[in-house]
Write a protein that binds this ligand. Structure first.
Ligand code: G1P
Length: 262
């Protein structure tokens, strides 16, 4: 987005929420993405010598965020399978993991911190929900919820992956942010292919709920961009650029004229 790769935005979000390690789950041969986060001492030195301090700060930003590792998913068997591929990267001290889907930008940043506060209060796992129109619900995991004392925190008693609008238990859809108790890795070993023939993270969460594990959602009332398709990516790029103090005003002026000539 403008001058920052989506993966860096997500890494920043994780670091701000207190993460010190990032595991990128990717397919064979695609692990070069992790090298984006390694420092480039020679380039940094050149920029320093030339007095390009703003550029220097930009190239140092990614490598300073957190430690980055990769886990290889040999076959695209589904989101649940992808998450399970990161289990060997966990240390004995990790009692929970945050899962962030990098094609899903949740704005403004900061929902993970709120989710961590909810986990501290209720234990278990905490997910992020958006309240969206029922007719748009089918691409998502959808929660069956009960109220708590807090308006934006709900207890989850069920979850369905990609339901038809009429079958959706609510209009609360899962955004790509999860704070999952380590118990999810055991549940992931016990699921079978679900919606779309894929091993779904949703089905592991359903197992946890049915076994009495507390699951809550934080209802996020902000914005969202889906970078996973060209239309969504373009919309996000324009949105970020319009808000950018350097490029925004010029782009706005150009767009206004451009739309007029369409
Ligand atoms: C995944 C999850 C779904 C969630 C969505 C959010 O679906 O399976 O529950 O609502 O991400 O973006 P996907 O977009 O991979 O089909």
């Amino acid at each position: 987005m403008v001058d920052t790769p989506g993966i860096e935005l997500v890494a920043t979000e994780a670091a701000e929420a207190g993460a010190d390690r990032l595991v990128i789950v990717t397919s064979p041969g695609k692990d070069a993405v992790a090298r984006y986060f390694s420092s480039q001492p020679e380039l940094e030195e050149t920029l320093r010598e030339r007095g390009k301090t703003e550029l220097l700060a930009k190239v140092r930003r990614g490598p300073q965020l957190l430690r980055v590792e990769t886990a290889i998913q040999e076959k695209a068997l589904g989101l649940g399978h992808a998450v399970s591929c990161a289990e060997p990267n966990l240390t004995g001290a990790d009692d929970a993991v945050a899962v962030l889907l990098p094609d899903d930008l949740v704005l403004p940043r900061g929902v993970l911190k709120k989710m961590a506060a909810v986990r501290a209060e209720f234990g278990g796992s905490v997910l992020c929900a958006f309240d969206i129109p029922r007719e748009e619900i089918s691409p998502f995991g959808v929660f069956d919820v009960r109220e708590t004392n807090e308006d934006d925190v709900k207890r989850v008693i069920g979850m369905v992956e990609k339901p038809a609008p009429a079958d959706a238990p609510s209009t609360f859809a899962a955004a790509g942010r999860y704070l999952l108790d380590r118990a999810v890795f055991d549940a992931l070993k016990r699921i079978t292919p679900g919606a779309g023939g894929e091993l779904q993270l949703t089905d592991a969460i359903v197992l946890l709920i049915n076994e009495g594990h507390p699951v809550h959602v934080v209802v996020h009332r902000g914005g969202r961009h889906d970078l996973g398709n060209p239309g969504g990516f373009l919309r996000a790029a324009v949105d970020f650029a319009l808000l950018d103090p350097e490029y925004g005003p010029d782009l706005r002026q150009w767009l206004e004229g451009r739309i007029g000539t369409a």
